[in-house]
Design a protein around this ligand. Structure first.
Ligand code: ADE
Length: 307
């Protein structure tokens, strides 16, 4: 029953303000495929006649779990957008353009990011052998700005990673994919099973802080841990994080490694200062990790980012 998802009048009112007429939407090719639906590129004709490029997130029909995630992300995006104001006070968070919920198929319309995701961009640059590292560190600064803003709104992203950063036509980094996973985290972390007490193997384990793996705790400090892994992804031009042992360690294995003090190794060619910053993000004591505001300055400095 989808009605239960839209629980209060207040929530209904907030949704209505974003509702768009699907006849104004012109969809083109698929640009992404998520667990809960596809992402299509499209254009949207605004009431003043102007046309903007959008990404339209869809949701698999008749899948209650997917609908939950879909409405959850919609709520988060509306909360962020209301917090951002117009004009937006932070351009490093993907902007909501509208929603279509009164007819099927349903869509979340977001700002279109022309240059795709950061992980693909890193891997393409590595294959072309053109390492414009300072450009990529600039994108890391953008993500730090997004984290500082989310902290202000008291929102935790929970899935900060290069794959979830989009790049706009003008080369700006935009943190995306909000809330998609919150329900997964809470549902699965507490699923008890005989020989595998924590069923969280489908979670981004290698981006997760020690306290998230151990206690299912997610705070802006665990986003900072994941940000450290994002720095490592940039320094390696898009490697998958690897710890000693199996390529895809389970949760218990990873907890043991991290508790022993084991961390991702310094990437080849990475400056010691940048690696020290990563290590601070991965401090077992979350109070000793940098704040997002510190990250902005530190990455500008150690990544030689022109400001
Ligand atoms: N893939 C997923 N979301 C996207 C967006 N907003 N812009 C471009 N490609 C995307």
């Amino acid at each position: 029953n989808l009605e239960e998802l839209v629980t209060t009048d207040d929530f209904e009112q907030r949704l209505l303000r974003w509702e768009k007429d699907p006849r104004m939407l012109d969809l083109a090719e698929m640009v992404g495929q998520g667990k809960f639906g596809h992402v299509l590129r499209g254009t949207f004709r605004n009431s003043n006649g102007s046309v903007s490029e959008v990404a339209a997130k869809t949701v698999h029909q008749k899948d209650l779990q997917a609908h939950r995630a879909f409405y959850h992300e919609m709520t988060i995006l509306i909360t962020i957008q209301e917090g951002l104001g117009t004009p937006a006070r932070c351009t490093n968070i993907i902007q909501l353009r509208g929603i279509v919920t009164k007819s099927d198929p349903k869509y979340i319309l977001i700002e279109y990011a022309d240059r795709g995701d950061l992980l693909s961009a890193l891997r393409q640059a590595r294959n072309r052998d053109d390492h414009h590292e300072p450009n990529f560190w600039g994108l890391a600064v953008d993500v730090a700005r997004a984290l500082a803003f989310l902290q202000e709104l008291k929102l935790v992203h929970r899935d900060v990673a290069a794959r979830n950063v989009l790049i706009s036509a003008n080369g700006e980094g935009k943190l995306a994919d909000f809330g998609l996973s919150r329900d997964i985290y809470t549902d699965s972390i507490y699923t008890q099973e005989a020989d595998n007490p924590i069923q969280i193997n489908h979670l981004p384990l290698k981006w997760m802080a020690l306290e998230s793996l151990r206690d299912g705790e997610f705070t802006h400090k665990t986003d900072v841990w994941a940000y450290g892994v994002l720095l490592w992804e940039i320094a390696t031009m898009g490697n998958e994080p690897v710890y000693p042992g199996p390529l895809r360690p389970d949760c218990h294995h990873l907890i043991q490694l991290l508790e022993k003090g084991c961390r991702l190794r310094i990437p080849h060619g990475c400056s010691v200062d940048m690696y020290r910053l990563m290590l601070r993000c991965w401090n077992a004591d979350h109070d000793r990790r940098p704040e997002p505001q510190d990250l902005i300055k530190a990455v500008q400095l150690h990544g030689n980012v022109q400001t």
